[in-house]
Design a protein around this ligand. Structure first.
Ligand code: ATP
Ligand code: MG
Length: 329
């Protein structure tokens, strides 16, 4: 039996090249080596307010982007989190074994709650729901960007605590980061990770940005006071542009050094823009084709949910048994 992979994206904002290089590109690459489940995590999205009609539309947009990026629905399940109620059920059971102190320490909780007037409890509970998403499927591998490493570690802590309280129940999930592109930084501020929820038109390149808009954003990216690429002294903005190029082009380090050393920033940006726009062109074309097929997307999501629900439900039954909750058996 193949080991299982689980990963997800929140249906908020516009999917950007950080999401692609940190997560999606990796999913596409490893999907056939595993039994893969890719999830649109809408219950995570509502940890901060979402306009209902926009959220509904985003869910399908993200599903279409999974397919356009190359996830094969004949092999991998693509599903929406809220269509399998077991996610929320297991999240509650895990909440009850999770100390609040573990959650208050999370970097993302601190950053996202600081931006809210009133902090919903969901924002604090977010990593428990994420642990439930993963443990529900007994996933062995979780391919994510570097920003999720801390949450993954917490998922392992929660699994371990549950296992030691109630007996071996959960598989320990392993974090799988890409070697390049695990943390793409904002083009406007290379000290901050590129995020869907960040504002500012020059912050992120969206996967659906038209080529001219994408080029404009990259040409305006923050660099440093050097005139040209120096691998020894470059600042984070230049390092970010280079790693975006490297991750898309899959160039080895020595080729990167030989090609870019001494290159003026204007030329560097032109080449990065060219690489990104060429790489995204086929994805954007497939995206349009997918949307043009009525009912196709909805069918994929329905089939995905039907395929994974029995796995999820049997884990919930097992957890109920372990905890002494009432089961039909
Ligand atoms: P939000 O601001 O709404 O949290 P996000 O851009 O962080 O959006 P998520 O939906 O939270 O996106 O994350 C989806 C996946 O993309 C995760 O695997 C995450 O690790 C990865 N990811 C997010 N941002 C980056 C980034 N800047 N670089 C690499 N990977 C990223
Ligand atoms: Mg995020």
């Amino acid at each position: 039996m193949k080991a299982r992979v689980f990963s997800g994206v929140q249906p908020t904002g516009n999917l950007h090249i950080g999401n692609y290089l940190g997560a999606l590109k990796n999913w596409v690459k490893i999907q056939f080596d595993f039994e893969s489940i890719f999830c649109i995590v809408d219950l995570h999205a509502v940890t901060v307010y979402q306009t209902p009609s926009e959220l509904r539309a985003k869910i399908e947009e993200i599903a279409a982007l999974f397919l356009a990026a190359g996830i094969d629905p004949k092999h991998s399940a693509i599903m929406v989190q809220s269509s399998v109620p077991a996610h929320a059920e297991l999240a509650w059971m895990l909440t009850c074994v999770t100390p609040v102190g573990w959650l208050e320490r999370m970097t993302q909780y601190k950053a996202k709650s600081a931006a809210q007037e009133t902090v919903g409890d969901g924002l604090l509970q977010y990593p428990v729901l994420m642990a439930a998403d993963i443990l529900l499927y007994q996933a062995a591998i979780v391919p994510v960007g570097d920003d999720q490493s801390q949450h993954l570690e917490l998922a392992r802590d929660i699994a371990q605590r549950f296992n030691s309280l109630y007996g071996e129940t959960f598989v320990m999930p392993e974090t799988r980061l890409p070697t390049v592109g695990a943390r793409v930084m904002g083009l406007d501020d290379p000290e901050k990770k590129m995020s869907k929820s960040a504002t500012g038109s020059g912050h992120a390149v969206a996967l659906l940005d038209p080529p001219d808009q994408l080029k404009k954003k990259i040409m305006r990216a923050t660099t440093d006071s050097n005139p040209a690429v120096d691998f020894e002294t470059m600042g984070p903005g230049v390092a970010n542009l280079l790693s975006i190029f490297q991750a898309f082009g899959e160039w080895p380090d020595d080729r990167m050094k030989a090609h870019f050393s001494g290159m003026r920033y204007g030329d560097l940006k032109k080449q990065v823009a060219e690489m990104v726009s060429e790489s995204l062109k086929p994805l954007q074309e497939r995206y349009r084709q997918i949307l043009a097929e009525p009912g196709y997307l909805q069918g994929v999501l329905r089939a995905g949910a039907e395929l994974v629900a029995p796995i999820a439900n049997s884990t919930v039954e097992l957890v109920k048994e372990r905890m002494g909750l009432y089961t039909a058996r």
